[in-house]
Write a protein that binds this ligand. Structure first.
Ligand code: AHR
Length: 505
């Protein structure tokens, strides 16, 4: 949580950090990713065996540079295989000998799915990267039988058909996939088999029961909408019931562990665009309230852990500018980089409620990372993601901002969050979306015996600055600040300050 005081234009802004006031743990899974069979995400992104630059490709056909980038970001969990794609995906098409896998017409993005990459390849890729898989189930054309079969294939040690099929395909040990989504955006008119909230809730509850009967150790994620809709409240009240018969293996746990919500932001005006993710903050707060309310209505005992929010698709995306059917290859600007920084500030501020967040997506499709035949481009949005993932871990700490708002709006020019890592370092992020004013501000609460505070600034020459194969116009500038007196927060920038408090803060 960051509190805010609105000042008049010309008043001196202030930033206050309270490192001794830890508010809540930041779940590492906030820095998770998402890879969908869409555009060049899987084929050409993760997997690129026909690339003539063989030094970029490993023995599995995976892009080495992409693997290294995921490692650099320490991405903890990656969602797969969709997205809208999953509504017609039959996992059995994607296992076994490659030359026998069927090619299928793909209805979400109107392409052809070759099934060259399927479950075993994705699991292998996760192992190489050192990340955990998160699988979404087909709630469109898929059946519960198929879903149970997939769970058995991935997680079972028994002597049963699908576990044996996995063994036959060369994998003795189960993959132990923990995260499973009960469909994706089933409310959307674009879905193959769009559902009513009533139909979805009924089906999701029955599937949840069966899936947990088969493997009570899994984490099940309910398909919400944006956190504030009738759909969200209905599915929560229908599915967050007390599990008195221990159908999920234990009466002390919920059948549903997380509630998924999605949101993409974008606006033509660069300031509005950079600040648009603040809308997500209201969604998270309201959604957390709906979860509470559903539990109250259903008299779920307080001892049963409340589901957390799984924000498993978030990013800057304008589908009119970068349509899904043509691969959704957004070229991100400085304004978009600051929007991503504000998105991440929101997740840090709301860490109490967030169990996972997945940038959508992780390679080529609306992504901070773009591949080309000879290497990678790190888009503008890569840099805030990298700084947050490296340093904004541990616990959210209290912070306060006082500053003027953009004229004619209630939008504060500055957006901030603060965290204390398990190593005791404090990190403060301040995004300044003012187009022309650098704010020189005394930061209260910086107490350190170190002579200097680390300072990282992400900025560029103009709102429209982008990164290309030849030019990193937006990147991190490393610097130091004395820790006393005013600190400069440049116009159109994200600044991160880092220090180790002296004397227990
Ligand atoms: O991430 C792109 C698409 O956006 C996903 O497939 C879908 O879930 C959402 O509408």
């Amino acid at each position: 949580m960051t509190t805010f005081t609105k000042l008049d234009d010309g008043d001196q802004p202030g930033i206050f950090v309270y490192p001794s006031h830890k508010l809540s743990k930041i779940n590492d899974n906030v820095y998770s990713g998402f890879t969908e069979h869409m555009g060049r995400c899987i084929y050409g992104g993760l997997y690129d065996p026909s690339n003539p630059n063989m030094h970029l490709i490993d023995d599995n056909g995976f892009r080495i540079d992409v693997i290294e980038a995921f490692k650099e970001l320490s991405v903890p969990v990656v969602r797969y295989p969709g997205g809208n794609f999953v509504a017609t995906y039959h996992w059995l098409d994607g296992v076994g000998p490659r030359d026998q896998r069927p090619k299928r017409a793909e209805l979400a993005w109107l392409g052809v799915e070759t099934n060259e990459v399927g479950t075993d390849e994705f699991m292998k890729w996760c192992e190489v990267v050192g990340t955990e898989p998160y699988l979404a189930l087909n709630f469109g054309t898929g059946t519960l039988d198929e879903a149970l079969g997939w769970l058995e294939y991935c997680n079972s040690e028994q002597d049963t058909h699908y576990a044996n099929l996995r063994r036959k395909h060369g994998r003795e040990k189960p993959y132990n996939v923990k995260y499973w989504a009960l469909g994706n955006e089933c409310w959307g008119p674009w879905q193959v088999e769009q559902m009513t909230k009533e139909d979805y809730a009924k089906k999701a509850y029955q599937w949840a029961k069966a899936l947990k009967m088969q493997d009570p150790s899994i984490t099940l994620i309910l398909c919400g909408e944006n956190g504030v809709s009738h759909w969200d409240f209905h599915v929560l009240t229908q599915c967050l019931k007390p599990d008195v018969h221990a159908l999920g293996g234990s009466a002390t746990k919920s059948l549903i562990d997380m509630h998924s919500i999605h949101m993409y932001t974008a606006a033509k005006d660069p300031i509005t665009n950079a600040l648009a993710p603040r809308l997500a903050e209201r969604s998270i707060e309201i959604c957390a309230g709906l979860i509470d309310l559903a539990r109250q209505v259903n008299q779920v005992p307080a001892t049963v852990p409340a589901p957390t929010i799984c924000f498993d698709e978030w990013n800057v995306w304008d589908p009119a500018r970068a349509p899904g059917e043509t691969g959704a290859e957004e070229q991100y600007t400085l304004s978009d980089a600051l929007a991503v920084a504000v998105w991440l500030n929101v997740f840090v501020r709301q860490s109490k409620y967030i169990g996972m967040a997945n940038i959508a997506q992780s390679v080529n499709v609306i992504s901070p990372l773009m591949t080309h035949a000879n290497g990678l481009v790190k888009q503008t949005t890569w840099w805030p993601l990298l700084l947050f993932s490296k340093y904004m871990r541990g616990s959210t700490v209290a912070a306060h901002v006082s500053c003027p708002t953009a004229s004619g709006s209630e939008h504060a020019w500055l957006d901030a969050s603060a965290a204390m890592g398990d190593d005791g370092w404090v990190s403060l992020v301040v995004v300044n979306v003012h187009p022309s004013e650098t704010f020189d501000i005394t930061v209260q609460g910086v107490q350190t015996s170190a002579a200097e505070v680390e300072k990282y600034v992400i900025t560029g020459e103009s709102w429209q600055a982008t990164n290309t194969e030849t030019d990193q116009a937006v990147k991190i500038h490393e610097n130091k600040w004395g820790g006393k007196g005013p600190c400069s927060f440049a116009k159109m920038s994200m600044t991160m300050l880092r220090w180790k408090p002296s004397g227990g803060a």
